[in-house]
Design a protein around this ligand. Structure first.
Ligand SMILES: Nc1ncnc2c1ncn2[C@@H]1O[C@H](COP(=O)(O)OS(=O)(=O)O)[C@@H](OP(=O)(O)O)[C@H]1O
Ligand SMILES: [Mg+2]
Length: 376
């Protein structure tokens, strides 16, 4: 029962609670699709115009979360910046795809009471679902409140049965104030109290991490499984970054795909600062989750010159790492700017997240020292 009370009285208590509940629902939806227990095969992938993959899970999560946020806060009060649009789904040739999304969303919304939320009185139709996806077309910006959603981050990881995340954040006046990160395949240990002895050898599948800015704490709860229900206060536990600050002992993580981050450049940085371990290559924002809960100390991403990072790929992870005690900046050492709309405008070279300032300074120093010789 740790944790929930600490977050109950703060300014964003309702937003945080609703965020955690909808991300739990989304994780449940994704797990069912990934395990093939409902809907089409999870490797049924459609290519978007930019060649990136999208699946029934991406659209279904976006529709479901959009609908639930509108229901909880009032449609007119909710601005959502999210990754997907419904153009492909609206096509006449996509009727069976849309039918899969409609079935998946309705099946998930029917479980809303188990997650402490109210679902619709009758199943949603195709046009309501397309509408829920399409209304997530806000472009954010420096003023007001904007929810930021990546329905399935690391879609490649999802279709390969590997790591992926559901990432939801709230930006207020350009600052990330709430972050919720669902990691359905990132297991955690449950502490079992057995008479006087504490055992911690029971692994639970998946977790949801969350925080609100300025709380100085980040939390993790297990995924609700089977017929379980989500109580609040809940069984969340505090997470904290690793205390390792010796590069020899530190683990760094980076994207799996070479096209998303320059592996040879990060290997050069690792060598310069004296990192010895092999990089941990992980799909999605689970990399931020690994830093936040102390499984790794450094996350580096150096995308190709010209690639513009999107806010939904970072917002939730950044605030969770920061509140868990870590540091996140661009590769020039400046904070990420979430106030400029859909993109992290002005990002200098790449992204560096660390468990502490010592490692962070070393990495930023190595970037400055080595940049001229790089081939990004
Ligand atoms: N070319 C290029 N360069 C850099 N980044 C890119 C690029 N293309 C895509 N993306 C974005 O990266 C998101 C996936 O990042 P990951 O860290 O999960 O990468 S990886 O899949 O492990 O390689 C991925 O998010 P999802 O689309 O949600 O999976 C993209 O938003
Ligand atoms: Mg993404």
């Amino acid at each position: 029962m740790e944790g929930a009370d600490a977050s109950a009285s703060h300014k964003y208590a309702k937003e945080l609670q609703v965020g955690v509940r909808v991300v739990q629902m989304a994780c449940s939806l994704c797990q069912k699709l990934q395990k093939g227990s409902v809907g089409p095969s999870p490797d049924h992938v459609i290519s978007k115009d930019d060649d990136s993959p999208v699946t029934v899970a991406d659209w279904s999560v976006q529709a479901m979360i959009s609908w639930m946020l509108s229901e909880s806060f009032g449609r007119e009060n909710v601005s959502i910046v999210a990754e997907e649009d419904a153009q492909t789904l609206s096509d006449d040739s996509a009727t069976s795809l849309l039918a899969s999304v409609v079935a998946t969303v309705n099946e998930t919304l029917a479980m809303a009471p188990r997650f402490g939320l109210k679902g619709p009185t009758k199943p949603l139709g195709g046009s309501e679902i397309l509408d829920a996806i399409n209304c997530c077309n806000s472009t954010g910006g420096p003023v007001g409140r904007h929810w930021v959603l990546d329905p399935v981050d690391g879609t490649l990881g999802f279709v390969r049965g590997d790591q992926y995340a559901v990432a939801l954040a709230l930006i207020e006046n350009g600052q990330v104030v709430v972050g919720v990160l669902g990691c359905p395949n990132y297991s955690s240990k449950r502490k079992l109290v057995n008479n006087s002895s504490v055992r911690s050898d029971l692994w639970q599948e998946g977790c949801v991490m969350y925080t609100s800015k300025g709380s100085g704490q980040a939390w993790m709860q297990p995924l609700i499984q089977g017929h379980g229900s989500l109580e609040w206060p809940n069984s969340a536990s505090v997470i904290r970054v690793s205390s390792i600050d010796n590069p020899v002992m530190a683990t760094f993580c980076e994207p799996v795909e070479k096209t998303n981050s320059n592996h040879s450049y990060s290997a050069g940085i690792a060598h310069r600062v004296g990192l010895r371990k092999q990089p941990l290559r992980v799909y999605s924002m689970v990399k931020y989750a690994a830093i936040a809960r102390g499984d790794a100390e450094i996350y580096m991403k150096f995308a190709k010159a010209g690639y513009k990072e999107k806010i939904w790929d970072h917002a939730a992870g950044v605030v969770i790492v920061e509140e868990a005690g870590g540091v996140v900046t661009d590769a020039g050492g400046r904070p990420l700017d979430f106030s400029k709309g859909v993109y992290l405008e002005g990002l200098d070279r790449g992204i560096v997240a660390c468990s502490g300032v010592n490692l962070h300074e070393k990495i930023i120093g190595a970037v400055y020292a080595s940049w001229d010789s790089s081939h990004l």
